[in-house]
Design a binder for this molecule. Sequence first.
Ligand SMILES: Nc1nc2c(c(=O)[nH]1)N[C@H]1C(S)=C(S)[C@@H](COP(=O)(O)OP(=O)(O)OC[C@H]3O[C@@H](n4cnc5c(N)ncnc54)[C@H](O)[C@@H]3O)O[C@H]1N2
Ligand code: MOO
Length: 356
Amino acid sequence: MISVQEALSHITSQARSFGTQTISIEQALGRIWVQHINPNLTFALNGHPAEYIHNTEFQLLTHSLTHSYANRKHGSNIFVSDGAVQIEEDLVRSSMLCKKNQVPFAKNKWINDSCQSILAINGHNYVQVEQLPEVAIVSTGNEIVAAGSVTLPHQIRDSNSYTISSSLRRFGIHSPAKALVPDDKEALRDTITSLLNKDILIISGGVSKGDADYVPKVLASLGVKELFHGVKLKPGAPFWFGRTPAGGVVFGLPGNPLALQVACRIFLEPYICACFNISPRSPILLPLATEQMKKSKYDEFFPCKIVNTDAYSRLLPIRYNGSGDIGAALQSNGIALQREMHSNLPEGTLLPFYAW
Ligand SMILES: Nc1nc2c(c(=O)[nH]1)N[C@H]1C(S)=C(S)[C@@H](COP(=O)(O)OP(=O)(O)OC[C@H]3O[C@@H](n4cnc5c(N)ncnc54)[C@H](O)[C@@H]3O)O[C@H]1N2
Ligand code: MOO
């Protein structure tokens, strides 16, 4: 088994772009913008309309500001590099747009609410964005039935495909193909064969050491190359990752729902970020509100709630009943990481916290 860090570097090494497309700004929220600013357009400088003239020169369109910049040498603080506007030194009354060394419209930016408004003010009715990958989700297990089903005593409704879908939705991936397959080699082979052309195939369950855990063998028989199987991680050790003959990737995630949610946050999200050439959400360092014992010899991610005490935010670990306890995820704000070499940690220890 490999470490979490090694697993992450294998996963991100398989990242690739899925191409680009042009969409209307109305649909752009949550997508990844890939254009530099078009300098022929009027844009906002300190919230004031400005116009690109040529090379390094800009004309501010409001009279008062034209005056305040008139004494500056043209191009002394703004220049265009590779089609992007760059600010060389802080401008007078500078706003967020105009800080030293900033490229206000750098490529590969996640279009959040403020980015969308900046695009709007700059006249970008249509924007070029990263194309979304084709994704399929396969939930395996004889006991798994569709969410709307009435269950028999031995059955359980599929929740994993919903957890995976909500991770994908963060990137604007809305309608992945979905399938439910029993623990049956032929059925698995048929379903996986029909989905091998996807960019990302995400399978839950069937990747551990049980007799009916056929997923790795079926994938190997279809020419999917295993890059690793098993990560020194709790919960979520039974994790499989590989590459399809067509160049897509396959995530074989643990069936246990809490383990699966951890795997989506720690591995699936950074993979998609790497494909889009954007940074993954970084963890924040927060102190423990209580001492924390460690049960396994691996890196351990445990669900925590953020509590505000004495003007500080602290991490309160949520008691959870094993890696199937998806209810613990609901009560928590995210997961904190206790590294493998740390056994018991005293109250106040700073830990990296990954918000859901
Ligand atoms: N001999 C060994 N057995 C197991 C090991 C091991 O190392 N050696 N590891 C255990 C750990 S840890 C985990 S995690 C599980 C993972 O096994 P699978 O990935 O094969 O998952 P399943 O057994 O199919 O399911 C586990 C659990 O989760 C429920 N489940 C599965 N799919 C869904 C779904 N789509 N929605 C909701 N719930 C789901 C399933 O009913 C089981 O209760 O292996 C251990 N065994
Ligand atoms: O690693 Mo398993 O995911 O603990 O239950």
